[in-house]
Design a protein around this ligand. Structure first.
Ligand code: SF4
Ligand code: SF4
Length: 435
């Protein structure tokens, strides 16, 4: 059983690392905790924070469903931190490093820390509308290939967890993991559970000794505590499991033999179902509107480059909201799916006041960047739209594709028209987006 579980852990870790390091996938968009961090901002503004996508919500839903069915099985089968931490303790055990066992009241008190960690993270993240703790997250350091905002402290945290894992079983998962705190209310009412038949049990205590979460399995008829990860180490260790002393699943049949296969099927169903649902029912990660919708609005769907995060999508809206000759009159609604490479953007407008061509012009025409005091090309390219045949209209005049992005992260300030005496180029349409 343990070998099968380790194989699942290894396969999932390999899948994640392969997707990140070989395919260049943005694994952050599949982090269920990202869904928790983004909930408040999405509910309030309709926007995901930073480069998270609504796929984070789908995968969060999938993990919640698997927790309702199989408790914290996500932690023991799929989480990379849990897997690496468990393997490190296994290695230390083989090398003869003694275990520092923490159970009883000390374990329960330490277990409360994760709620504090969760509270601090959510308070500051929701207040700022940014992933403020991302730079400290060892998991993000791994899946982002040392992303731009990773700090030295992420490696300090990773090293601390790794060293602690050599002496203590799953210290982070038991005491500090904020996602475990999120899962606990769902795990508390989880259907799948370890069951013990007192008549067949010999009271040898092997199950309790094998439990990484320090649960006194030998004294319970059903394990309903939320911290159970359904790892089945207890069943593995039970010498009377074949006689029906201990098993995972419903009250009958009392067999452990099929239970792990059923549990893995549940995990696969929930994970693949969440991924499939995110593709079948895609929700925009960014929504911003201006004005009152007309009775008969029109919509244009565009594929665009350089819309890879919420800040960029905000910047796109800023272009559409420009106040020069290219200003788009009437209602505007921008729905975007920001991401690396080419992003999908849907723009809804009033066809009685503007049209598709005007929208494309507003997005791609020159503008006057008051911050840099210069004319710049738009950083955005629309797939298949290159009216002047420039080839790469998305580049800044100085070759800086990030030009003008110093405004990102908040409401963009109005950009005034250029001062008198600018070169004649500055008199062209498109020199000053803003309110
Ligand atoms: S009670 Fe059994 S299944 Fe639950 S965490 Fe402990 S060993 Fe794993
Ligand atoms: S390991 Fe099995 S037999 Fe021993 S106490 Fe636990 S349930 Fe009973």
């Amino acid at each position: 059983m343990k070998k099968t579980r380790h194989a699942v852990q290894l396969a999932f870790l390999a899948l994640t690392l392969g997707a990140v390091y070989l395919v260049g996938a943005n694994a952050e968009r599949w982090c269920p905790f990202g869904g928790v961090e983004a909930l408040y901002t999405y509910a309030r503004e309709g926007n995901m924070i930073c480069s998270l996508g609504t796929s984070n919500f789908y995968i969060l839903g999938g993990v919640v469903l698997m927790t309702l069915l199989a408790r914290r099985a996500f932690c023991s089968y799929l989480c990379p931190i849990g897997a690496i931490s468990e393997w490190l303790r296994g290695l230390a055990r083989r090398l003869g490093v003694p275990e520092l066992r923490v159970s009883g009241a000390a374990d329960r008190v330490l277990g409360l820390l994760k709620y504090g960690v969760l509270g601090v993270i959510l308070y500051f993240t929701w207040r700022a509308g940014e992933l403020l703790f991302r730079g400290f997250d060892p998991c993000y350091a791994l899946i982002s290939r040392h992303g731009a905002d990773i700090s030295f402290w992420a490696y300090v945290v990773a090293g601390t967890i790794a060293v602690a894992s050599l002496f203590v079983t799953l210290p982070f998962c038991r005491w500090f993991c904020p996602f475990a705190a999120v899962l606990h209310p769902f795990s508390a009412v989880g259907l799948g559970r370890i069951r013990r038949d007192e008549a067949a049990c010999t009271a040898c205590r092997a199950c309790a000794k094998a439990c990484p979460m320090a649960i006194p399995v030998d004294r319970l008829v059903q394990v309903t505590v939320p911290r159970c990860t359904s790892c089945m180490n207890c069943v593995d260790a039970c010498p009377s499991a074949d006689r029906g002393a201990l098993w995972w699943g419903p009250a009958a049949p009392r067999s452990w033999k099929w239970s792990q296969a059923a549990l893995i099927a549940i995990l696969l169903f929930c994970a693949t179902g969440a991924v499939a649902a995110s593709y079948v029912f895609p929700m925009p990660s960014f929504v911003k509107t201006r004005g009152t919708p007309p009775e008969q609005p029109a919509t244009v769907e565009l594929r665009m480059s350089n819309v890879h995060c919420r800040g960029r999508a905000n910047y796109l809206f800023y272009f559409l909201n420009r106040d020069d000759e290219l200003r788009l009159p009437g209602y505007l609604k921008v729905e975007a799916w920001p991401g690396p490479g080419t992003a999908d953007v849907r723009i809804t407008y009033d066809p009685a006041k503007t049209d598709e061509e005007a929208i494309k012009q507003a997005i791609t025409e020159l503008y006057y960047n008051d911050f840099h005091k210069r004319l710049e090309h738009s950083p955005f390219q629309i797939e298949g739209y290159d009216p002047l045949g420039l080839g790469r209209p998305g580049l800044d005049l100085d070759g800086d594709p990030d030009a003008g992005l110093d405004f990102l992260g908040g409401d963009l300030p109005p950009m005034p028209a250029p001062p008198q005496g600018k070169p004649s180029e500055a008199q062209r349409p498109g020199m000053g987006p803003g309110e």
